[in-house]
Design a protein around this ligand. Sequence first.
Ligand code: ATP
Length: 427
Amino acid sequence: MKLKSLEISGFKSFADKTMIELMPGMTGIIGPNGSGKSNIIEAIQWVMGEQSAKDLRGTKMSDVIFGGTDKRGALNRAEVSITFDNSDHYVQSDFNEIRITRKLYRSGESSYQINGIESRLRDIHELFMDTGLGRESFSIISQGRVESIFNAKPEERRGIIEEVAGVYKYKQNKDKAQKELTQTSDNLSRVADIIYEIKNRVDPLAQQAAEATDYLAQKERFDTLDKARLALSIHDLNNQIAKATQEVEEHDKRVNQTKVALDVINKELSDKRQERTSAQILRDELQKNILDCTQKRERLIGAKNLSVQQISTLKRDILSAQTQNLDLKNRLHQLDKQINDLMEQKSNLQFSKTNVQTKIAQFDTTLQIELQQGLQEKIDTNRHEYIRTMQDIATLNNTRKNDEKLLNQLKNRQNILNARIDEERKN
Ligand code: ATP
């Protein structure tokens, strides 16, 4: 088996798709420090299923995806494909060429392919077991790993040598065969136990077999007799069926007649139902009318009761108006009397006034005469007389004015009372 080619794209420093063809006679790759030699080896490790980010000089697996440079942005996917020439069928496969592809996206999504077919990591491990390219492969010994091999424990070193020598697989097969052998010997001892157990059960089983044979003979005879009995039963049943068929026919006839009668009854029933529906409608209408009449009657009774109440109230009002009317008439009579008295007082006062005016005129005349006679003394006496008389006149005038005012008030009161009496009479 030979490594034929390696195709790297987006893996570590290989941003662009890079194809490395390994021609016959090619023994190594050289280049300056940091040019990417170790990245090529890691690409091989990675595509063969490496799971440790640390062994690939990273902290997490997505670190293997091209992370970008000053001139170029980061990529989202790393893809590596490795192709082996398997024309010698060193790897147990029918294919002459084996191509393994691994892809990883920044989202965490990843996939493996063997010759373009989606595969599991386990399939790749199984395919390359004992080829030196497996999980704990020593075909690739990275920087610093040589030292760790020399420092390993003897058992670990033995494992490494066995892996490289290709005996690991045979050792595994041997372990498996030994396990199977142990299992088989366990099974054999179980079989021996079962045989021993079965031997003890042979005699009882022979007796059971004889009983079973006897049972089978008896069963055969029973079946023959049973069949004969069944044949007789079938004959009886056929007779019964014929009789029953006849009865069914007669019954059908009766059913048909009953159906005709039933149709007539149904028709009558439907007519009656229709009549009942019409009667129900009529009854509903009548009930509605009764309800209306009852409501009207109740309304009228209510109105009547209200009218009776109103009449009794009006009667009471009329009675009280009549009493008031009588009172007013009496009061009117009294007022008439008062008016007459006042009229009389007025005429008396007018008479007094005329007397006083006459007296004033006489005084004026006397005064003229006495003035002409030049009797000063008499003038003074008369002046006093005159002043007292004038005071009397003023008092009389005031009394007259008050009387006239009272008279007007009484007249107004009389008019109001007359109007009220007229109104009461109208009502
Ligand atoms: P040396 O001989 O010193 O071991 P080398 O030739 O083996 O060097 P590598 O170690 O393979 O070189 O490559 C290192 C280069 O790869 C560095 O320039 C580093 O920046 C680059 N590199 C590593 N991982 C990535 C990544 N994820 N994205 C971009 N460049 C990366």
